[in-house]
Design a protein around this ligand. Structure first.
Ligand code: AMP
Ligand code: MG
Length: 331
């Protein structure tokens, strides 16, 4: 079975084509185009216009790259939520048009669950992980328990990526700032005290963001601020992930989302995993960031487990939560 997936929750429009090979995910193509605002953050309508402009060409490109024909596609899936309304609507509209014109079934999928399933689908030993999902807008610690992917901890205010990007914007960096902060942090020499706020299993970043901006206004070295932001936020994320692993008694940890590209975050989580005797996994970079292949793979899993969706049922849901999905494709 071959599925074409369309991802469009935020700044990226991605088309991925995947094939089910003995229960594992075989990625045939995965093309991603990222909207980069000239200044400021993501404007939802402008991001949606960007996606609408490119989606048709990307679909053709993706078909060519996969070496398949439109008639080989058995299913169309798309990111139903959570995300920015105008972006979600654009991806959904493209999926509906494709589904109707090819006369193939459609499947809307949860974006956060897709980040977890692509790890299980493409990494051999990754079977039942705790996912630390760190992206621009989302920050969640997710694991499977009693028929659902439960959120064991999450941000109470802004996503970790947004926290880094907002700081970057305040000090004059381009979007996305995460990679630039990572580079500067390598030259950090002094740790500056920042609020470390964990409430139960949840995390808050906005106090730390304000404090970091204040350090900058007071003339502290940018490298030291970046270093301190990474050390503090990543330690909090690692702590919550470790507690979720202890609570669920799982011995695998998986990273996902754009911030998972960060070496310091990887190192911290890997060290934690090793100290617990657990295994640590990160998908390849193009499967970590927002991408169509993960949407295609989850659509395929859902379809194969017997789930069906009519075009009339394919409405988007900006607040589609991870734990709203009945995970019928797992025991
Ligand atoms: P996503 O929303 O999953 O597409 O991820 C985008 C987010 O990842 C943005 O907020 C980026 O700043 C962030 N990001 C990308 N690369 C890095 C990195 N090397 N270190 C920290 N954050 C990063
Ligand atoms: Mg994402």
């Amino acid at each position: 079975m071959i599925c074409l997936g369309i991802e469009g929750t935020a700044h990226s429009i991605g088309i991925g084509i995947v094939k089910d090979t003995k229960g594992k995910c075989n990625v045939l193509s995965n093309i991603i185009k990222i909207y980069r605002p000239e200044h400021g953050g993501i404007h939802p309508r402008e991001a949606a216009n960007h996606h609408a402009t490119h989606v048709a060409d990307l679909i053709k490109e993706s078909i060519e790259a996969a070496g398949v024909d439109f008639t080989d596609i058995n299913l169309i899936s798309f990111s139903q939520g959570p995300g920015l309304g105008p972006c979600l609507r654009t991806a959904a509209t493209a999926a509906r048009a494709l589904s109707l014109s090819l006369n193939k079934p459609i499947m809307g999928v949860n974006h956060c669950v897709a980040h977890l399933e692509i790890g299980r689908g493409t990494i051999d030993d990754c079977k039942d992980p705790v996912l630390l999902y760190t992206s621009g807008a989302n920050t969640q610690v997710i694991a499977f328990a009693e028929g659902k992917y439960r959120v064991f901890g999450e941000t109470l205010d802004i996503g970790i990526g947004n926290c880094l990007d907002k700081f970057g914007r305040a000090v004059g960096m381009d979007f996305p700032s995460g990679p630039k902060i990572e580079k500067l942090a390598e030259k950090g020499k002094q740790y500056l005290e920042l609020p470390y706020s964990i409430k139960g299993m949840d995390i808050a970043f906005s106090g730390l963001l304000t404090a970091s901006e204040q350090y900058y206004q007071k003339g502290k070295r940018l490298e030291d601020i970046c270093y301190s932001m990474q050390e503090t936020t990543f330690a909090a994320l690692t702590e919550v992930t470790e507690r979720a692993m202890a609570h669920t008694e799982k011995d695998e940890v998986l990273l996902g989302g754009g911030v998972a590209s960060n070496k310091r975050l990887r190192d911290m989580v890997q060290t934690m995993a090793e100290e617990r005797g657990a295994r640590f996994f990160v998908p390849s970079k193009d499967l970590c960031i927002d991408n169509g292949a993960m949407i295609a793979w989850l659509g395929l899993l859902m379809y194969n487990s017997g789930i069906r969706m009519k075009v009339e049922e394919s409405l988007i849901d900006q607040r589609f939560r991870t734990d709203m999905v009945d995970v019928s494709w797992r025991d």
